[in-house]
Design a protein around this ligand. Structure first.
Ligand code: ACO
Ligand code: KIV
Length: 557
């Protein structure tokens, strides 16, 4: 890399638009979406999609609600041509869907494109040529006038072929490729020239697609360019301004959103941002960003995992773990404070009548897009007690009393630390079992008899057969309930070195065959240190006693 002064790169100029209005605008309705998965997305794949794969993805895009789909560059290859022909010949294009075809402004390619469209119900012929200074000089070695003429001749041929095609409804789209890198006045001049040939009307508008073919600067400059163009194009009501951003600087989504605020009507992009280099605009992200602002995106993304599965299979691309909305880890919190806040947010929501989604750290309800809560909290050594409690509750229906959370949280953190790994819910369950449910030494309750005497203050009398440190003993005790009677029995045998603090029980709403989980907290007499015990049993009385044994054995471990 060069050191200051850097001579190799220069900043792009800012746009002179002091009265820009876009910063104060909001996105209040969905744009016209056009998927370019089957064209820009496909042309960027190491292994392009087969006809069958393109067909499956096309049908899925239709299902998601796309009404405009760029199906390819039919003049480029036999596969591309065949794909479009199959769609038409097999009647796979719904009446309300328009297929779009990309073509360079070159005569033989435009003619071939019209051939490919023969019999299509609705079509957009999308013709383009590069207009930016670099390509004018390096790729074409042509003057501004000559470059404009390429576009005008392309438009003239399109109009000529329109009259002879059997495609029922042909519309046109023109892209001054690398618009964002082209002098604004010159882009306008070329677009006006194309528009003069196409002669659009409000009922039959021309789509002017203004691509950020390569993303070169911050999104605010893009927005300025779009606002400037919207203000200066003649007959604005007869053109639709379309955005086509790429992601070279990682801000394709922001550039599109600001472009919409600046007045654009239409957005081209792909699922999960597949496309040339760093990708095209990710339509899923922009659409769901809108949704989280209460704007209906007019796309059905309610089963995003299915969309992702089809996308990954047909394109052989993968969605990154951290990709907005679709990534494996985006509804997962590992760190303790996040887990705690999410758990509290979820609990508050379960108790509230408000329709509002207000869960800390989660900008969207993952169930709205077909994802599940189970994956929200995962546990590693940075996790906290709240997350551990959440997993136990969500997966196994066990609601530990709040004061018990730190104790079991520490157990799990130590385990995760020891293994230097993430713990899944089964491992957390096994840790719970090992720590609480399988404690049988030094004390074991082998058998007992309980006698209920309703008229007595000590209404419960217990005879307990226990094994303590390998020695069998029979102990007697009384109390106002079975647990108190058992504590008194232990006392009578000289085994009580604690005070009973807490006892609770709840039925288990899901999971194992047992019905109830019991929790007991005892406090060591010598230092007031507290120990929890737990048990799961279908017999509520037995469950309480076993929870006390669990706590006792933990105190003596
Ligand atoms: C930014 C984008 O994503 S644009 C879309 C890009 N996608 C694709 O190109 C995929 C499909 N393309 C192809 O398969 C091929 O490029 C084809 C079939 C379209 C054309 O193939 P060929 O003519 O054999 O090769 P190639 O693309 O290299 O053609 C280059 C010639 O076309 C000219 N050309 C390129 N773009 C345009 C254009 N928009 N309008 C007019 N002429 C153009 C070049 O100046 C060059 O001319 P020259 O040979 O006189 O120097
Ligand atoms: C052809 C145009 C729209 C394009 O794909 C681009 O500029 O990125």
């Amino acid at each position: 890399m060069e050191k200051d002064p850097i001579k190799k790169y220069v900043p792009y100029p800012v746009i002179d638009l002091p009265d820009r209005t876009w910063p104060g605008n909001r996105i209040e309705h969905a744009p016209i979406w056009c998927s370019v998965d089957l064209r820009d997305g496909n042309q960027a794949l190491p292994i392009p999609m087969t006809v069958d794969e393109k067909t499956e993805l096309f049908e899925h895009l239709v299902k998601l609600g796309f009404k405009e789909i760029e199906v390819g560059f039919p003049s480029a290859s036999e596969t591309e041509f065949r794909f479009l022909r199959n769609l038409i010949e097999e009647n796979r294009i719904p009446e309300d869907v328009t297929v779009q075809c990309l073509v360079q402004c070159r005569e033989h390619l435009i003619r071939r494109t019209f051939e490919a469209l023969d019999g299509a119900p609705n079509a957009i012929v999308h013709f383009y040529n590069s207009t930016n200074p670099l390509q004018r000089r390096v790729t074409f070695n042509l003057s501004k006038e000559e470059i404009r003429d390429i576009a005008v001749k392309g438009a003239q041929l399109c109009m000529e072929l329109k009259d002879s095609t059997s495609c029922r409804n042909v519309r046109f789209q023109y892209s001054p490729e690398s618009f964002t890198d082209t002098e604004l006045e010159y882009s306008l001049e070329v677009c006006e020239a194309v528009k003069a040939v196409i002669a659009p009307t409000p009922d039959n508008p021309l789509i002017l697609n203004l691509p950020a073919t390569v993303e070169l600067f911050t999104p605010n400059v893009h927005a300025d360019q779009i606002e400037w163009f919207c203000r200066n194009i003649s007959g604005r009501e007869s053109v639709l301004i379309s955005l086509h951003t790429h992601n070279d600087r990682g801000t394709g989504v922001a550039a599109t959103e600001l472009g919409l605020m600046a007045g654009a009507d239409r957005v081209e992009g792909t699922l999960f941002g597949n496309g040339e280099r760093t990708g095209n605009l990710d339509i899923v992200t922009v659409a769901l960003n809108m949704y989280t602002q209460g704007v209906d995106p007019n796309l059905d993304l309610s089963d995003l995992p299915n969309t992702r599965e089809i996308y990954e299979r047909t394109t052989r691309m993968s969605v990154h773990e951290r990709h907005p909305y679709g990534g494996d880890l985006v509804f997962t919190a590992f760190s303790g404070s996040h887990q705690d806040a999410i758990k509290k947010g979820m609990d508050a929501r379960a108790k509230s009548d408000s329709p509002l989604w207000q869960v800390p750290y989660l900008p969207i309800d993952c169930e709205d897009i077909g994802r599940t809560y189970q994956a929200i909290i995962r546990i590693n050594s940075q996790s906290g007690k709240g997350g551990v409690a959440y997993v136990l509750e969500r997966t196994y229906g066990i609601q530990m009393p709040k004061p018990m959370h730190p104790e079991f949280g520490n157990v799990v953190t130590a385990l995760a630390d020891d293994q230097s790994a993430e713990l899944n819910s089964l491992q957390i369950w096994e840790a719970f079992e090992h720590e609480y449910l399988k404690r049988s030494s030094p004390l074991e309750l082998v058998d007992y008899d309980i006698d209920h005497k309703p008229d007595d203050v000590h209404s419960v009398h217990m005879s307990a057969e226990v094994v303590f440190e390998g020695e069998k003993r029979v102990l007697q005790g009384s109390g106002n309930g079975p647990i108190a009677a058992f504590v008194s029995a232990l006392d009578s045998g000289g085994l009580k070195d604690f005070n009973l603090q807490n006892y609770s029980q709840h039925s288990i709403s899901r999971g194992s065959a047992a019905d109830a989980v019991s929790f007991v907290e005892i406090q060591r007499s010598s230092d007031k240190y507290s120990f929890w015990g737990a048990s799961i049993d279908s017999n509520v009385e037995n469950g309480g006693l076993m929870a006390l044994v669990s706590a006792y054995n933990r105190l003596h471990a």
